[in-house]
Design a protein around this ligand. Structure first.
Ligand code: MN3
Length: 200
């Protein structure tokens, strides 16, 4: 059985015009699926590890045998990061609730938070992610490279943006800044607030 690619909880065109249907379809059915397939292939001979959920694998990479550790880090990371990312996307939800209060308290204002997050996202060198995480119950903006997950550093994701070119290139080409700006129209703040409240 192994790890599975779950269907998205919305249609591929649900985020138009900010993220186009074709990008979402390829991103989910090709890129995300490839991470799941390669994770399963890496774990094939490891019956005990196969039973662990992917978050637990990524939280404790040292428990993964060295010969498959990089494969699990990259493909397990790809699986866990995308599964998280899909759920924080939705059109037309305004920032709200406890997370908005916590953001305003930590960054001074929502606009200041946005500026810092946008700068982090634009500043990812090559492929990676920008995140809002909880680090010892403190909100923090961070970047990761490749498919590295904050979970491997003991940090809890609240919000993230995929900065791999496959996430935006069809529509935005080299204009990463426009993609990051558009992303602020499709953040599911209900889900982000839920992520936040589940931790604090
Ligand atoms: Mn991606």
């Amino acid at each position: 059985m192994g790890h599975e690619l779950k269907p998205l909880p919305y249609r591929y065109d649900a985020l138009e015009p900010y993220i186009d249907k074709k990008t979402m379809e390829i991103h989910h059915t090709k890129h995300h699926k490839a991470y799941v397939d390669k994770l399963n292939a890496a774990l094939d001979k490891y019956d005990k590890l196969k039973k662990k959920n992917v978050e637990d694998l990524i939280k404790d990479l040292n428990s993964v045998p060295e010969e498959i550790r990089i494969a699990v880090k990259n493909n397990g990371g790809g699986h866990v990061n995308h599964s998280f990312f899909w759920l924080i996307l939705k059109k037309g939800v305004k920032p709200k609730g406890e997370i908005l209060e916590a953001i305003e308290k930590k960054f001074g204002s929502f606009d200041k938070f946005k500026e810092e997050f946008v700068n982090a996202a634009i500043g990812v060198f090559g492929s990676g992610w920008a995140w809002l995480v909880l680090n010892n119950n403190e909100l923090e903006i961070m970047k990761t490279v490749n498919q590295d997950s904050p979970l491997s550093d003991g940090k809890i994701p609240v919000l993230c943006i995929d900065i791999w070119e496959h996430a935006y290139y069809l529509k935005y080409q080299n204009r990463r800044n426009e993609y990051v700006e558009a992303f602020f129209n499709i953040i599911n703040w209900d889900k982000v607030n839920e992520n936040f409240k589940n931790v604090i």
